[in-house]
Design a protein around this ligand. Structure first.
Ligand SMILES: Nc1ncnc2c1ncn2[C@@H]1O[C@H](COP(=O)(O)OP(=O)(O)OP(=O)(O)O)[C@@H](O)[C@H]1O
Length: 658
């Protein structure tokens, strides 16, 4: 027996406390022991490279052996080993003092989250073992192999060892409850989870069981697209391929490596849960990076590896840590840069990915001012403008000299790209610039192509450009944009009609010498009487377009009223009801309305005050016109549809009777 002694540990009953609180995380012991082995291997290779170790270094490897009979699990490395003095210093003092520190911290904070992140290192082996042995031979010249044994009390034994190769073997005598770690499948699973990307081969019964290449550690230009995709498929099997990716790599002022992927997003992305795997020096730490990356980056996937992210601290500490904040800003900036890069170099791909990228980018812009500044010119909107038709022709005229230098040929690769459905896209700046002359600082937008088709068509017929803001985030995004660009007003196509759509020059002839009513006033009161809806605002205007599709009337929802309604509905978590207060704009230029006016003039008020059949008919037609306008705006619910059908039949009957 070489030496017997007492491990200096001041916190009494430390074992039961740690065993209890670490219960759910027992498995991390393997990660800790393997990473100690990898550290030792890297230290030896450093010594060898700097000429401080001239001996023969064995092939770097970690070897795991299971002895089911003896109920032992051993982890061997070909690292630098330890002398007896080092065992006393590093194992008895350092390893155990980190355990002590853990208990103190745990007592202070009472935060169970620190457990998972706490590198208990060597000490964690006692969570699963009744006894732990170390056999180690230091690389140092003349060093003697040492055997250390401890049964989980504060007593240890140090004696000579048979070991003849430089390196360390840690042997665990597994507790009765922990025999699962004798199963090779369990060991494989743990290695795959925590140690897959460690830079050293890890062998189980002589077979390498880790991937041992970490793609994110490779230099930026060394990976092919196929390799990035392969890595993604490895991390997220059975998922659709990602749209694009960013390779992060910096070592100053902090050390961060990683690959982040933009997945194809479901419309209902969960922005509260991160899918990014956090590593520390290639050792897997956690499946989420919620404290480390900005919230808007949560939908991204991939890996972030940084030894500069403190792991042995609580969540709130992490969120307030300066380095972590800087890292988070760095990641956001890199993501912004990569989007910018794609926009500039491959607009067609950018547009085709917009469906998935858009929500994410808008969310980011709303949440992070720096990100917004980076991406604002790359936030694009589907537009009704036929950008390609104008610019495409121009582009087609561009001629370049061919390689031979003797001929000029036309190229049309400058064509404005569209999405798969042939739609064009624009950013806000270009939209405002293009439409400056006609409607300065005013943006017309639609939120639903189908239900707002009439309104969109009307705008298009007068050459007014409409943007589509039709994803779930756009309602907030419009408000956000108006705050950002305080001069710019957004109005939905059905909110009010621009002067460009109205014929303001038509004369207002007086039609009734008795009442002095103009034709417009007469139509207005005709509708008001027929509909009898006090909250409805009936307005008359002559719509400009000559197209036969121009409707006889349209329902308008003033922008602010509608937004209030939507906000209230959102707060109460209901669907916005169709507001009773809306505008019925009657198109006096429409033949139907002109005829209606004539029909009205033929109305005879009878002696008992009731109107003649012609008056009835005028009323019914007013109803019908209003119904059609409503239908173009929102459709009917069941009751609405029933009365619509009833009224229609009544009207048609009357028409056929006459
Ligand atoms: N396999 C090994 N080969 C050589 N030295 C080792 C080995 N395992 C542990 N040591 C020494 O013991 C020390 C304490 O190890 P321990 O795992 O408790 O803490 P750590 O690795 O320093 O930190 P952490 O708590 O992050 O794991 C190490 O710093 C190292 O010097």
């Amino acid at each position: 027996m070489l030496e017997k002694g007492n491990i200096s540990i001041h916190t009494e009953n430390i074992f039961p406390i740690i065993k209890k609180w670490l219960y759910s995380d027992h498995e991390i012991f393997l990660r800790e022991l393997i990473s100690n082995g990898v550290d030792a291997i890297q230290k030896l290779s450093l010594l060898s490279r700097s000429g401080q170790y001239a001996g023969e270094a064995s092939e770097p490897e970690i070897s795991i052996k299971v002895d089911k009979e003896a109920k032992t699990l051993s982890i061997s490395d070909t690292g630098l080993g330890m002398t007896a003095e080092e065992v006393k210093k590093y194992i008895n003092q350092v390893a155990f003092s980190s355990a002590e520190e853990f208990v103190t911290k745990f007592k202070e904070s009472g935060d169970a989250n620190i457990i998972g992140h706490f590198g208990l290192g060597f000490y964690s082996s006692f969570m699963v073992s009744s006894e732990v042995e170390i056999d180690t031979l230091s690389y140092q010249e003349g060093a003697e192999a040492v055997h250390w044994r401890c049964d989980g009390t504060t007593e240890f034994e140090l004696s000579p060892s048979e070991r003849s190769t430089v390196g360390t073997t840690v042997t665990l005598h597994l507790l009765e409850d922990e025999q699962e770690y004798l199963e090779p499948s369990r060991i494989r699973q743990l290695v795959k989870t925590y140690c897959d990307f460690l830079p050293v081969p890890i062998k189980l019964d002589d077979e390498v069981i880790n991937k041992h290449e970490a793609p994110w550690k490779q230099s930026l230009n060394s990976l092919s697209d196929e390799e990035y995709l392969e890595f993604y498929r490895y991390l997220y099997p059975f998922q659709e391929d990602p749209l694009l990716w960013v390779h992060l790599k910096t070592d100053y002022p902090f050390d961060v490596n990683g690959i982040l992927y933009f997945p194809k997003l479901k419309p209902d992305i969960d922005v509260t849960k991160s899918n990014i795997k956090l590593f520390c020096n290639q050792v897997f730490v956690s499946d989420n990076c919620e404290e480390v990356i900005p919230r808007f980056l949560m939908p991204l996937r991939g890996v972030i590896d940084s030894p500069d992210i403190p792991l042995n601290v609580s969540r709130s500490f992490l969120q307030n840590d300066r380095t972590v904040r800087k890292i988070s800003e760095y990641i956001a900036r890199k993501v912004g840069d990569s989007l910018k890069g794609l926009y500039r170099t491959d607009l067609a791909k950018y547009i085709s990915s917009w469906q998935d990228l858009g929500t994410f980018i808008k969310f980011g812009a709303m949440n992070d001012d720096k990100f917004k500044q980076q991406v604002e010119d790359f936030i694009i909107f589907r537009t009704t403008a036929k950008l390609g038709d104008e610019q495409g022709e121009e582009a087609a005229k561009v001629e370049v000299q061919t390689d031979a230098g003797d001929a000029w040929s036309e190229v049309d690769d400058q064509k404005v790209p569209t999405d798969a459905n042939g739609y064009y896209y624009t950013n806000l700046k270009d939209y405002l610039e293009r439409n400056k002359e006609r409607h300065e600082n005013r943006v017309f937008y639609a939120t639903d192509e189908a239900s707002q088709a009439t309104y969109i068509a009307l705008h298009q017929s007068q050459g007014l450009e409409v943007l589509f803001l039709d994803t779930f985030i756009d309602q907030h995004f419009v408000t956000f944009l108006e705050q950002q660009y305080s001069d710019v007003k957004f109005s939905r196509v059905d909110a009010e009609l621009d002067d460009a759509l109205l014929d303001k020059d038509k004369e207002s002839e007086i039609v009734d010498p008795n009442t002095n009513q103009t034709r417009d006033e007469e139509i207005k009161s005709l509708f008001e009487t027929a509909l009898n809806l006090p909250k409805l605002d009936v307005r008359t205007e002559a719509l400009k377009t000559e197209s036969p599709d121009t409707p006889p009337a349209m329902v308008l929802l003033p922008e602010q009223t509608r937004r209030m309604q939507e906000m209230m509905a959102m707060m109460q978590q209901t669907n916005a009801e169709f507001p009773e207060e809306h505008v019925l704009l009657v198109n006096t230029a429409h033949p139907l309305i002109k005829n209606l006016s004539k029909l009205k003039q033929s109305t005879i008020v009878q002696a008992d005050g009731s109107s003649s059949p012609a008056g009835d008919m005028a009323n019914l037609i007013c109803q019908h016109v209003y119904d059609l306008a409503l239908m173009a705006q929102k459709g009917f619910d069941a009751n609405g549809m029933k009365s619509f059908v009833e009224r229609s039949s009544k009207l048609l009957t009357q028409l056929t009777e006459n």
